[in-house]
Design a protein around this ligand. Structure first.
Ligand code: GLU
Length: 492
């Protein structure tokens, strides 16, 4: 397919919802798969929803996720800039453009001025509700002649512009994921196209912009599906070609309801804060609402670009499953080099007060071994401080199974053996640490489980945990001897 152009068109509400990120990801995959362009447009015609810094935030979240913007709104040197031949790409800067096309629709008879007051519309809605009807504009102002309308406007009356829908006409369009969709115009409302403040509504702006920006495929959430027939009619009224539509199923919570901010984390920033990696979040999100032909679950962005298929987009909502996200993310956590892990985990480590960058500079090997030791058990970066607990938490033995080990017959022999061998050593190197338990085995005559379990219990206070030789190296001689002293207090 030639010249594919897709867009992500969020409203600047202050944060990027993960459902929004998924929409952006699908658009991006589609653009890359077809050597097309991915545009970012800001839909800020609803000024009441405007939030300071929201555009920067959005772009930062997209960039963090690995999505590159080809055209439209982007950031350069910390500034929001617009690039491309179809600008401006921020809707509030395009008011004169919308006005031109609203005027065109008025002239061609596809739109009309409406002077109905809020009071009248409220009363109408109430009345329709009582009668059990779907609230809809009754078309009163369709009867106002152009001449009269111009006069009323000149007299300062407030007005909006509405779409004049044809009577009883089936409006159809193709959705690449859902097939043909047909709605009769009698079930639709004469949509407001321009508000009394001169701002277009979303419906007017989205059609004008998608056309003028040469958008070929509209990939967006299914919440816009009911509006699409209006958009399709607008294309027709303006004499424009209708783009291809692909509507995406919702991202749902475990109760199969829309994932909403009130229930906790929904923004990309929230997930980033919990220490999910962009590769993990994007990989998992791509699978909520789309599935590949085989059962592959781990995908890099490049693999997603190859495998993505709009025909395989689900028709019903996908549940956002944090456990599954953790599992996918843990895969990418394991792929980090120890240096990368250390660097990315540093903010969490410093926040928890475990150690500082200066500490790392003084003894890089120690901290590298620490990361290597804990890496396999991690789902996300925020777990790093807790995983380092065996080294940093105040030592005591409270775990029942560990206490049991210290009360075992072999425990005193193992601990004495450890003390003897350590007593003869200087500081423990990684190599020493690897040999230590063998030496204790020789000295104590205890082996296997009877050796390792009490040793672990005595050194860490737990019966499970990371590789023992790494723990020995990381704790160091003095700390181990201190712990052994305390452990003795729990002997039978
Ligand atoms: N501004 C709309 C939103 O916030 C975009 C809808 C569309 O993609 O057409 O979701």
């Amino acid at each position: 397919m030639d010249n594919v152009r897709v867009r992500f068109a969020p409203s600047p509400t202050g944060y990027l919802h993960i459902g929004g990120l998924r929409t952006a990801v699908y658009n991006y995959l589609y653009a890359r798969q077809h050597n097309g362009k991915f545009l970012l447009r800001i839909e800020d015609t609803d000024r009441t929803r405007f939030v300071e810094g929201a555009i920067e935030n959005l772009i930062r979240s997209l960039t963090w996720s690995g999505i590159e913007i080809d055209e439209g709104v982007m950031m350069e040197g910390g500034e929001v800039v617009e690039k491309g031949d179809c600008g401006p790409y921020i809707q509030s800067k395009r008011l004169d453009i919308y006005k031109k096309y609203v005027d065109q629709l008025l002239e061609s008879g596809h739109a009309y001025y409406c002077f109905c007051t809020k009071e009248r519309l409220d009363a109408l809605r109430e009345e329709q509700k009582i009668k059990g009807k779907v609230p809809r504009y009754d078309g009163l102002c369709r009867g106002v002649s152009m001449e009269e309308a111009k006069e009323r406007i000149a007299n300062g009356e407030d007005y909006v512009v509405r779409l004049k829908l044809p009577h009883d006409r089936d409006i159809s369009f193709e959705d690449e994921a859902r097939g043909t969709i047909t709605i009769n115009s009698n079930e639709m409302d004469d949509q407001v196209l321009m508000k009394s403040d001169g701002f277009p509504t979303y419906h007017m702006a989205v059609v004008v912009d998608d056309h003028l920006m040469g958008i070929t495929h509209i990939i967006r959430g299914e919440e816009w599906l009911p509006s699409t027939p209006k958009h399709v009619y607008l294309y027709e009224a303006l004499g424009w070609e209708v783009p291809t539509y692909i509507h995406l199923p919702g991202v749902l919570n475990s109760d199969h309801k829309k994932l909403s901010k009130r229930q906790g984390d929904v923004s990309v920033e929230d997930f980033r804060g919990h220490g999910y990696l962009p590769e993990g979040l994007v990989n998992y999100l791509a699978l909520v609402g789309w599935s590949p032909e085989d059962n592959q679950e781990i995908f890099t962005m490049d693999e997603l670009i190859k495998a993505f298929d709009t025909k395989r987009i689900a028709k019903t909502g996908g549940v956002f499953d944090v456990k599954k996200l953790d599992w996918v993310n843990s895969h990418y956590m394991k792929e980090l080099s120890t240096d990368e892990l250390l660097e990315m985990a540093m903010p969490y480590i410093e926040e928890a007060g475990l150690f500082t960058k200066e500490d790392v500079e003084k003894n890089p090997e120690h901290y590298r071994v620490l990361m290597e030791t804990i890496q396999d058990g991690l789902d996300r970066l925020e777990q790093v401080p807790e995983a380092c607990g065996f080294l940093y938490d105040e030592y005591d033995v409270t775990e029942e199974a560990a206490l049991e080990q210290l009360k075992s017959e072999s425990a005193p022999k193992v601990v004495t053996g450890l003390e003897e061998i350590l007593g003869e050593m200087d500081e423990i190197t990684l190599e020493d640490a690897g040999k230590l338990m063998k030496q204790v085995q020789k000295a104590s005559g205890v082996k296997g489980k009877n050796l390792y379990m009490p040793a672990r219990a005595a050194m860490t206070g737990n019966v499970h945990g990371p590789e023992l030789s790494n723990i020995i190296y990381l704790l160091g001689k003095e700390e181990i001897l201190k712990r052994l002293e305390k452990a003795k207090g729990y002997f039978a």
